[in-house]
Design a protein around this ligand. Structure first.
Ligand code: NAP
Length: 285
């Protein structure tokens, strides 16, 4: 039995980060990313510090605006508006989830589309749906597409299933793959007989947050399996894919950790650099 090739997201992300650092070093100005964090969710705090470290490591400025848990929706929107108007700030992201008393859509739709480096403003969601090159594409699906394209020169005609329909992963992933002429199915918690659909898929993207739910018996020979899930089981991190068994059936598989996660951070930096380049009218190759 041959084992799947493990797709190394960590190495791909490092290469991208190096490229961005070189481009930044060639300009007199530094890209500037503003991160808004509301409340004290521990995981969010860690994610934001990691994003800040990664941004600074490639030569960007990055400031975390940390608001109290009880900050009002109006206060968050006012901060977004200030950052929209601040000519020194190139990219703005609002860490999700927000506390329950704040409607995330009300906040996200106030981010200036040209600074919306997470791509969660409905304007950018619309551009992605319209297959516009101007769309800021959410970092996780953008990173997944990058890994798929390292293996497949052409995705046209491939059958893909995405397990999960969140606004940050499943839905934008579906739009990206449809734009690349894949035939796309989105499954969710109400989908019946997911395994039957997975059996027909050339590309399986598991993004549902259920540890090891995707089994080897579901996988078509030769499939590319992308594991987005981050689950903690018995103190260890695992994905949504039963990695040890699925790797014996698939042709390509992303590991957890070391697969999609590092690509997400790298693509946030790519989007921030892109925002900076557009705002400064830089012409890049
Ligand atoms: P989410 O907002 O919680 O959405 C989960 C999705 O999975 C929902 O659409 C849900 O269906 C679906 N689902 C839940 N149980 C299911 C089941 N048994 N069968 C089929 N579908 C099911 O999650 P998310 O934010 O997209 O994140 C998904 C996972 O990816 C999490 O583990 C998260 O930590 C991880 N993640 C990783 C990265 C990274 O960079 N590596 C980035 C983002 C997220 P309904 O819509 O019907 O509820």
């Amino acid at each position: 039995m041959s084992e799947a090739q493990i797709v190394d997201g960590k190495a791909a992300a490092l290469a991208l980060r190096k490229q961005i650092a070189e481009k930044i070093a060639a300009f007199p100005l530094k890209p500037n990313l503003a991160v808004i964090l509301v409340g004290n969710d521990e995981a969010s705090l860690i994610y934001d510090r990691n994003k800040q470290k990664a941004a600074q490591a490639v030569g960007m400025d990055c400031h975390i605006y940390h608001l109290a848990e009880d900050a009002s929706e109006r206060e968050v929107i006012e901060l977004v508006s200030q950052l929209n108007q601040d000519g020194r700030v190139n990219g703005i992201l609002v860490q999700l989830p927000l506390p329950a008393h704040i409607n995330p859509l009300n906040v996200l739709m106030n981010i200036a589309p040209e600074k919306d480096v997470d791509g969660f403003n409905p304007y950018n969601i619309g551009l992605l749906q319209a297959n516009s090159p101007l769309a800021f594409v959410p970092a996780t699906p953008k990173g997944i597409l990058y890994l798929l394209k390292q293996v497949y020169a052409d995705l046209s005609g491939k059958r893909a299933i995405i397990i999960g329909r969140s606004n940050i992963v499943g839905k934008p992933m579906a739009a990206l793959l449809l734009n690349k002429n894949c035939t796309v199915t989105i499954a969710h918690s109400k989908t019946k007989e997911i395994e039957q659909i997975v059996r027909e898929a050339d590309i399986v993207i598991a993004a549902c947050g259920k540890p090891k739910i995707v089994k080897a018996e579901w996988i078509k020979d030769g499939a590319f399996v992308v594991d987005v899930g981050i689950n903690r089981v018995d103190g260890k991190i695992c994905g949504d894919v039963d990695f040890d068994n699925v790797r014996l059936k698939a042709s390509y598989i992303t590991p957890v950790p070391g697969g999609v996660g590092p690509m997400t951070v790298a693509m946030l930096l790519v989007n921030t650099f892109e925002a900076f380049a557009r705002q400064n009218h830089l012409h890049l190759d």
